[in-house]
Ligand binder design. Structure first.
Ligand code: DON
Length: 303
């Protein structure tokens, strides 16, 4: 199949779309991003790299970072992590506090904000935020083979100033004994992990550690990889995870910066970016683009 032709055609089609969703505004720095952007990159298990549109323009990966911190936390703690966070889809918005009250401070899964805060709190235990962020960057740089990947300090500071909801989630969990570190340290680390800046090309390359075939970096053992993918499939798009599975049929993780990392097991790692979001906070065009890619490649896991 002509993969370059496929991604070129998808980028062309997306350039003509008018219904592009709305850029996230609750983090002021993200509101400045041009909604006309669209990028796609596919890194295949056989070493191919296919990119189109704004695939080399950096964007804020935001919640896509939760995949990398989950891999680190599972590496450090193994199954003990599941004493502090669940593995079920939430059916609620990514930043909801509602369920947390009903379920006594135990977040449903590691990808909603409350769960990701617990994951970050876990890897922070016994360390300084600087050390944890250093380790996270080392992981992402090793996964992508690109040492240039860094944190956008302006985005981190912007979220730090406006992160009241996340602070509330963390304080609420602290009240239930599910925060080990001072809330300010865990939230500060989390805001910085979300502010990692990457291009679609870098993110697609980084995702190869979850493809499980070919020459990709071996950072996670296959049994753990399968579990991370299961969580991406069931929880990676919050209360739209079912819709994403229905439309795309692949595990994916979205971020409010408009990026989505999608894994076609054994075949490829795909990154798309378009900053306009749908009402669930997932990239509107990004979802449409990977839906089309999955259809044209036959890569759905249900195919
Ligand atoms: O915590 C937040 O609200 C953001 N730093 C990340 C949220 C996010 O990316 C949700 N994704 N679609």
């Amino acid at each position: 199949m002509d993969m370059q032709g496929t991604v070129d055609a998808i980028a062309d089609a997306m350039a003509g779309e008018t219904d592009r969703g709305a850029v996230a505004r609750y983090i002021p720095e993200l509101a400045k991003v041009d909604p006309a952007r669209f990028g796609i990159a596919v890194a295949t298990a056989d070493g191919g790299l296919y990119a189109a549109g704004d695939a080399r323009v950096p964007f804020s990966i935001q919640s896509v970072s939760k995949v990398f911190t989950l891999a680190l936390a599972l590496g450090q703690r193994g199954d003990a992590l599941w004493r502090r966070v669940g593995r079920e889809p939430s059916g609620h918005a990514f930043n909801s506090i509602l369920q947390l009250e009903h379920e006594a401070g135990l977040p449903r899964n590691p990808f909603i904000n409350a769960g990701a805060l617990v994951v970050t709190d876990t890897i922070l235990e016994g360390h300084q935020p600087r050390e944890v962020l250093g380790e996270l960057l080392r992981f992402v740089r090793a996964a992508s083979g690109d040492e240039a990947i860094h944190i956008d300090e302006a985005v981190a500071a912007s979220e730090q100033r406006t992160g009241h909801r996340n602070t509330a989630l963390a304080e609420f969990m602290a009240a239930h004994g599910n925060m080990v570190n001072p809330v300010a340290l865990t939230c500060g680390t989390y805001f910085h992990q979300c502010a990692i800046e990457m291009t679609c090309v870098q993110l697609a390359l980084a995702g190869r550690f979850l493809v499980g075939a070919g020459d990709g970096p071996h950072l996670v053992a296959p049994p753990r990889m399968r579990r991370i993918l299961a969580l991406m499939m069931t929880c990676g798009h919050y209360d739209a995870s079912g819709d994403f599975a229905y439309r795309v049929g692949l595990p994916g993780k979205s971020g409010v910066g408009g990026g989505i990392l999608v894994i076609a097991p054994g075949r490829a790692s795909v990154a798309v970016w378009s900053p306009g979001l749908n009402r669930n906070g997932n990239s509107a065009l990004g979802t449409r683009a990977v839906e089309r890619l999955a259809r044209e490649t036959g890569w759905s896991v249900f195919e």
